[in-house]
Design a protein around this ligand. Structure first.
Ligand code: HEM
Ligand SMILES: [Zn+2]
Length: 178
């Protein structure tokens, strides 16, 4: 994962759990905490940090990854508002993930490995995304979508079926605006 992702995790823990806790997490995970945004870091290191935060704070890893996605959306918006402004609503934005957003991300962060989000727009209020990634971070995707919904001020429902964590070869994420 790119250093930006590590840095946003650091920012979340510092803000929500405090600098002291972040330092303790770094100690336990054997990490320095210094990450260059555009450099690539082994996913194992991010997952280790998540594991340590989860255990130390008694937060199930699944919930933590979702919360990380929720935190990540506004953090991305703060850095790259131009990628997100200009979409009338969340579904238009999500529909552009594969062809626009993550394409721009790879230009900004050469070597970034972004997931696949094949869109299938079923109506003005319903979008299906086929999520494919060897990282199987569909909970992160759910958190990001939740963060996006807050940003665009939508109430929505989400159905996640099938799921790679339950043996499927991809995840299906159906987002419906209320
Ligand atoms: C709600 C919208 C979004 C969703 C659902 C989403 C989903 C994801 C997921 C699940 C990953 C983890 C990698 C994987 O699964 O293989 C990822 C990676 C990433 N995304 Fe997105 N993303 C969204 C919007 C954005 C935006 C707006 C930006 C930046 C402006 C962004 C930048 C990145 C970056 C930098 C990575 C890391 C890639 C790497 O380190 O190799 N994403 N995204
Ligand atoms: Zn899934």
């Amino acid at each position: 994962m790119k250093g930006i992702v590590m840095n946003i995790l650091a920012e979340m823990v510092e803000t929500q759990l405090g600098l002291e806790e972040w330092n303790a997490v770094l100690d336990e995970a054997d990490e320095s905490g210094i990450y260059t945004s555009t450099a690539l870091y082994d996913d194992v290191r991010l997952l280790k940090l998540v594991g340590v935060i989860s255990t130390r704070n008694d937060i199930p890893a699944n919930d933590l990854v979702f919360a990380f996605g929720q935190y990540m959306f506004p953090a991305f918006y703060h850095r790259y508002p131009e990628l997100i402004d200009g979409h009338a609503n969340m579904l238009d934005f999500l529909e552009s993930l594969d062809d626009v957003i993550h394409v721009e991300v790879v230009k900004l962060y050469p070597g970034a490995i972004t997931p696949g989000f094949e869109p299938d727009r079923r109506s003005s209020k319903v979008l299906h995304l086929k999520y494919e990634s060897d990282r199987n971070l569909c909970r992160l995707a759910e958190g990001l979508i939740d963060g996006a919904a807050k940003h665009f001020d939508h109430n929505y429902t989400l159905v996640h079926e099938p799921c790679a964590h339950r043996g499927a070869d991809h995840c299906g994420i159906l987002v419906s605006l209320e």
